[in-house]
Design a protein around this ligand. Structure first.
Ligand code: KIV
Length: 275
């Protein structure tokens, strides 16, 4: 059954954990969807894991629409979350609503996600008023890597922990249906989760969150340029791919592939009539 924002609301009420994973293309989205996750995030992390950038800042609206549309075609049951890229919602409410609308109408997302707390609560409110559900994202917000001075855990001292709580309450008040908590101490994330009526989706925020999200390349062992502390590798798909590819190279080189069963037939007389 299709997951919706109501699935998220009900899960919070019932205390059932929510699952979210990233995907960026049709084939992967189908596998992730068929495996039964509640939600697929087309994250701007695609800048790093799909496009090889060092951060997410170069990702464009066109990139996000292209990948979100591919995922939406493959996701039958998961709620598709389209991530709003850097500077697509920071230049004014009008730009933010137009760009959120493009992710919905051209990308066929079911909702959008944007990074930031109290300072963008007016933007969240306007997008929600345009009937576009918003998943907020606070704590470590990778688009702010230059202001934060790196990819660092957030909310470790009293002042920044208070700020995280204020941000969480502000995005809930603005109408977000869920909030991602990234790289936040586990006890603080648990406290925030208990304070909110909307579900928290943690990444590097411990088991006290209402759900979890991971980048699929990280949890399947496909991307090892940088492996964050919070990642658990549930499988080593990178190794499976490497060994399959090595086998292919070997069989092409030694003539074992393709075999007759992989080829198409033609009558011998046709061949003999040629030239
Ligand atoms: O872009 C992304 O994949 C994300 C997750 C890390 C939450 O925002």
């Amino acid at each position: 059954m299709k997951n919706t924002v109501l699935t998220f609301r009900d899960a919070k009420i019932k205390g059932e954990k929510l699952t979210m994973l990233t995907a960026y293309d049709y084939t992967t989205a189908k596998i992730v969807d068929e495996s039964g996750v509640n939600s697929i995030l087309v994250g701007d992390s695609l800048g790093m894991v799909m496009l090889g950038y060092e951060d997410t800042l170069s990702v464009t609206m066109e990139d996000m629409i292209h990948h979100t549309a591919a995922v939406a075609r493959g996701a039958k049951n998961a709620l598709v979350v389209g991530d709003m890229p850097f500077m697509s919602y920071n230049t004014g409410i009008r730009d933010a609503v137009i760009n959120a609308g493009r992710l919905m109408s051209e990308g066929r997302a079911n909702c959008v996600k944007l990074e930031g707390g109290k300072e963008i609560s007016d933007v969240i409110k306007a997008i929600v008023e345009a009937k576009i559900p918003v998943c907020a994202h606070i704590g470590l917000t990778p688009q702010a890597v230059n202001s934060l001075g790196g990819f660092k855990v957030q909310g470790k001292d009293e002042e920044s922990a208070k700020k995280l709580i204020e941000d969480a309450l502000a995005v809930q008040e603005a109408g977000a249906f869920a909030v991602v908590l990234e790289c936040v101490p586990a006890l603080l994330a648990e406290k925030v989760s208990n304070m909110l009526d909307i579900p928290t989706i943690g990444i590097g925020a411990g088991a006290g969150c209402d759900g979890q999200v991971l980048v699929y390349q990280d949890m399947l062992g496909l991307y090892n340029d940088f492996v964050p502390k919070f990642v658990k590798q549930f499988a080593n798909v990178g190794e499976v791919m490497r060994s399959g590819i090595k086998e292919y190279i070997k069989e092409v080189q030694n003539g074992n592939f393709p075999e007759e069963k992989h080829t198409f037939k033609i009558d011998r007389e046709v061949i003999e009539k040629l030239y």
